[in-house]
Design a protein around this ligand. Structure first.
Ligand code: NI
Length: 393
C-alpha cells in the first residue's frame, strides 16, 4: 500500500504544484472563499468524490466511499482562506489580488486535502470505510469550523486529521506533538466605572484610571500566585481607553485583551477567576465594573493513538529523520479544536522551510513555502488515513 501511495503521489506532484499555485494566485479573505471553493469542488468531482458545496457558508465537503466493510468515517480537514496582507511578490504565481495573500499556507493546506483525496480515490477499493474531506472557510477569524459543525459535517464522523504548514520546520519533515498543540484563545473586555472629579481633589472622586491600572497589575500577579504554574496562562491587555483631560479624573475605563491557556481545567475556570480579581480590586476602591469574558476556540489536544498513527506512517514513509517530535506547544490558536470537541483527532505540522534561503514566518508578506513539502505531506496524510482502519472499531 505504501509503495503505491508514494508512487501515485509522485505522479500527481506536477498537478499538485499547479493547483497550489492557482490557489495562491487567487486568494480570498475569510468567509469570501467563493472561487476557491468552486475550484476545489471541481477538482474533487473530477476524481469521483461526492461533493457538497456551500457547507458552512463557503466550505466544501468531498466524500470518498470506501469498500463498505467498516462503517466508520474518517474526516480530513483543511482550510482555504487568505489574509489581508499585501504580498511581496517574488514568483510568477504571486497574488493577483491587491492586499490579499495566502500568508498562512492555507493554499498548501487545500492542496494537501485535494492531493490526499486524489491519491485515496485511486485506492478506494482498499479503503474499508469512508473518508470525508472538509475544506473549511474562515479559519483566520476562528469562525469556519463552527459554521461547518453547525452544518452537520461531523455527523457520522469517528476521527479527524488536520495539518498546518510550519516554516521553521525544514521541508520533508513533519512535526508531531502528543497532547496540547495550540492554545485556547478567549477575549476579554473589562469596564471600570468610577466617579469623575477634579484632578486636584482625588479623594472626592473614584479614579477609574488608577483602579484600571491596579486591575491590570493584579491580573498579572494573580496568574503567578493563584494559577498552577504548570498550566500556562497568558493574559495580555492589548487596548485601554478612558479619560478626557489632564485635570479631570476619569470616570470610566475600558480595556480589552486576549487570554491564552493550554490546560482544559484552567480554561474552564478562567471567566470566574478573572471576575474575582476585577471584583476584588473594584470593591476595595469603590468602583463598579463589568467583565465580558468571551470564549474563543479551545486548545487543540491531539489524541494519543491517532497521533501515533501519523508518527509511524511518517517514519515508515519517509524515514526516522522525517519526524520531529515538537517539544513545546504553541500559544497560537487554531479552530481545528472545534472539531475535536466532537471526536478525537490529530493535527500535525508540515515542514515547509527552505534549506538554503531565508524563511519568513507565517503572516509575513514574504512568507514562502518549499513546494517539495506537498508530496511529503500528501503521502503522510494518505498513509495515516489508510493505517487508521487498522485500529479496532
Ligand atoms: Ni493558518
Amino acid at each position: 500500500m505504501l509503495a503505491e501511495i508514494k508512487n501515485i503521489a509522485q505522479n500527481f506532484a506536477p498537478r499538485l504544484i499547479e493547483i497550489r499555485r492557482h490557489i495562491h494566485a487567487h486568494p480570498e479573505l475569510s468567509g469570501e472563499e467563493h472561487q476557491t471553493s468552486a475550484y476545489i469542488a471541481g477538482v474533487l468531482s473530477s476524481y469521483g468524490l461526492n461533493v457538497k458545496e456551500a457547507v458552512g457558508k463557503t466550505g466544501v465537503v468531498g466524500e470518498l466511499a470506501g469498500s463498505g466493510s467498516d462503517r466508520r468515517t474518517l474526516a480530513i480537514r483543511t482550510d482555504m482562506d487568505a489574509l489581508p496582507i499585501q504580498e511581496y511578490p517574488n514568483s510568477d504565481f504571486a497574488s493577483l489580488k491587491p492586499g490579499i495573500m495566502h500568508a498562512c499556507g492555507h493554499d498548501v493546506h487545500s492542496t494537501l486535502g485535494l492531493g490526499t483525496a486524489m491519491v485515496l480515490s485511486q485506492l478506494s477499493n482498499n479503503l474499508p470505510g469512508n473518508v470525508r474531506f472538509l475544506f473549511q472557510p474562515a479559519e483566520e477569524t476562528a469562525l469556519g469550523a463552527k459554521w461547518m459543525v453547525e452544518d452537520g459535517v461531523m455527523e457520522g464522523v469517528d476521527a479527524i486529521y488536520g495539518v498546518h504548514v510550519f516554516p521553521s520546520i525544514p521541508v520533508h519533515r513533519i512535526g508531531i506533538r502528543y497532547g496540547a498543540l495550540t492554545s485556547a484563545a478567549d477575549e476579554l473586555e473589562i469596564i471600570i466605572q468610577g466617579e469623575s472629579g477634579h484632578g486636584a481633589r482625588p479623594h472626592q472622586a473614584i479614579d477609574a484610571v488608577w483602579i484600571a491600572a491596579q486591575v491590570v497589575v493584579s491580573l498579572q500577579q494573580a496568574i503567578s500566585r493563584t494559577q498552577n504554574p504548570l498550566h500556562p496562562i497568558v493574559l495580555s491587555i492589548g487596548q485601554i481607553e478612558g479619560g478626557r483631560a489632564p485635570n479631570v479624573i476619569a470616570d470610566r475605563v475600558r480595556m480589552v485583551g486576549t487570554v491564552r491557556s493550554l490546560h482544559p481545567e484552567s480554561h474552564a475556570n478562567l471567566p470566574e477567576w478573572v471576575e474575582s480579581i476585577v471584583q476584588g480590586v473594584c470593591q476595595t476602591y469603590g468602583a463598579k465594573y463589568q467583565v465580558d469574558y468571551r470564549r474563543g476556540v479551545p486548545s487543540v489536544q491531539n489524541d494519543q493513538t491517532l497521533t501515533q498513527i501519523v508518527e509511524s506512517a511518517t517514519r515508515e514513509a519517509w524515514g526516522d529523520d522525517s519526524v520531529q517530535i515538537l517539544p513545546e506547544p504553541s500559544l497560537g490558536a487554531e479552530d481545528f479544536s472545534v472539531y475535536l470537541d466532537k471526536v478525537p483527532g490529530c493535527m500535525f505540522r508540515l515542514g515547509v522551510g527552505y534549506q538554503d534561503k531565508t524563511n519568513y514566518p507565517l503572516h509575513h508578506p514574504k512568507f514562502e513555502v518549499d513546494e517539495g513539502a506537498i508530496v511529503t505531506g500528501v503521502v503522510a496524510m494518505a498513509y495515516a488515513a489508510c493505517k487508521y482502519w487498522e485500529l479496532a472499531a
